[in-house]
Design a protein around this ligand. Structure first.
Ligand code: 13P
Length: 339
């Protein structure tokens, strides 16, 4: 039965001690990351970089699945095996980002709405055929004076729910990602308030769109102080506020919550996830779906040079291992120093 398959995949995505690697950077985003290390964003460089990540020995110990970008799902490893196969052989589930990006919302200055619903049913069928087993759609909520507006939150929740319904129809587990941005000067309290509002709206729309909650994952931001806020909340405060906010707004039937890192440093993101899992047992698995917080150290170590592949894979494996430990609340600084 379709719902049974969705449940099995969703549970595998948040398997004990594992989490998801988000490697689904769009062309502009990967361009920005490559610029930082001084290399050009060519198709071959993008392929070589992802090849380095996905062929890291024993990555499957800590990584349950990988979110790919359209181009990457069509690419292959240096030995000719398509990336979806490479991941499967390593015990990881291939997934795919299916939104077409967050664009300015007409009439709503400073706010964004995510595009990509038109033709989505056909694209999902193709992705499934190519080996994808789950999908991701990211909505962006901006905090500012008077923002977010109620209608922007609702419009994004509605699009997320329409996407999730189509994804489940295609037998693909949706990762529903409403991201409240963390780059403003707001307090952690304001982040908690906005995150709770966004999650409430998302689950209302998911309910109305008849989403099978046992066959999805939620990818939220953590509840943190805005980057430009002079008062930065500590690790314990972030963990407590995030768990409180999620308990108020996420049904216990959802198998897993896989956080985005959203611009936190690699070590911060791991420490936050660790502190949340150390708080005790929760209704859902609390896991990761980090992009930058998993990749940044490995990207620097690689720097576009084939001679650095082994070193970069070691750095990447270490980061995945630290986050695997954070799934049990068993990460600490000593793990970083030992590496
Ligand atoms: P970050 O962890 O870098 O925020 O990326 C996760 C992601 O997939 C955002 O959509």
């Amino acid at each position: 039965m379709m719902t049974k398959n969705l449940e099995t995949t969703a549970q595998a995505m948040v398997a004990t001690g594992k989490g998801i690697l988000a490697a689904d950077e769009s062309f502009p985003t990967i361009g920005k990351r490559f610029k930082h290390i001084g290399i050009e964003s060519t198709e071959e460089n993008r392929r070589a970089y992802r090849d380095m990540l996905f062929t890291t020995p024993n990555l499957g110990e800590f990584v349950s699945g990988v979110i790919l970008f359209d181009e990457t799902l069509r690419q292959s490893s240096a030995d000719g095996a398509p990336f979806a196969k490479v991941l499967e052989n390593g015990g990881m589930i291939p997934g795919i980002k299916v939104d077409a990006g967050a664009k300015p919302m007409a009439g709503f200055d400073g706010e964004k709405i995510t595009e990509g619903l038109d033709g989505l049913r056909d694209r999902l069928a193709e992705y499934r055929e190519m080996g994808a087993r789950f999908t991701k759609w990211r909505a962006v909520i901006t905090i500012d004076d008077g923002l977010p507006t109620t209608y922007n939150v609702e419009a994004n929740a509605h699009a997320l729910a329409r996407y999730a319904a189509l994804s489940q129809e295609a037998g693909l587990v949706p990762i529903v990602e409403p991201e409240v941005l963390m780059d403003a000067d707001n307090t952690i309290g304001r982040c908690e308030e906005v995150t709770e509002e966004a999650l409430n709206s998302v689950f209302q729309h998911l309910y109305r769109h008849r989403i099978h909650l046992e066959g999805m994952c939620l990818k939220p931001n953590m509840v943190v102080s805005g980057k430009k806020c002079p008062e930065q909340a500590g690790v314990q405060e972030v963990a407590e506020a995030t768990v409180r906010c999620l308990r108020r707004s996420v049904p216990g039937s959802v198998p897993g919550i896989v956080f985005l890192s959203g611009g936190q440093s690699a070590q911060e993101a791991t420490a936050h996830l660790n502190a949340m899992n150390a708080l005790g047992t929760h209704p859902w698995e609390l896991s990761f779906s980090f992009g930058r917080a998993l990749q940044a150290p490995a990207l620097d170590a690689w720097s576009g040079n084939a001679e650095n592949v082994d070193a970069a894979q070691k750095v990447f494996y270490h980061r995945a291992k630290c986050n695997g430990a954070a799934r049990f609340g068993k990460y600490d600084d000593k793990m970083e120093k030992a590496a």
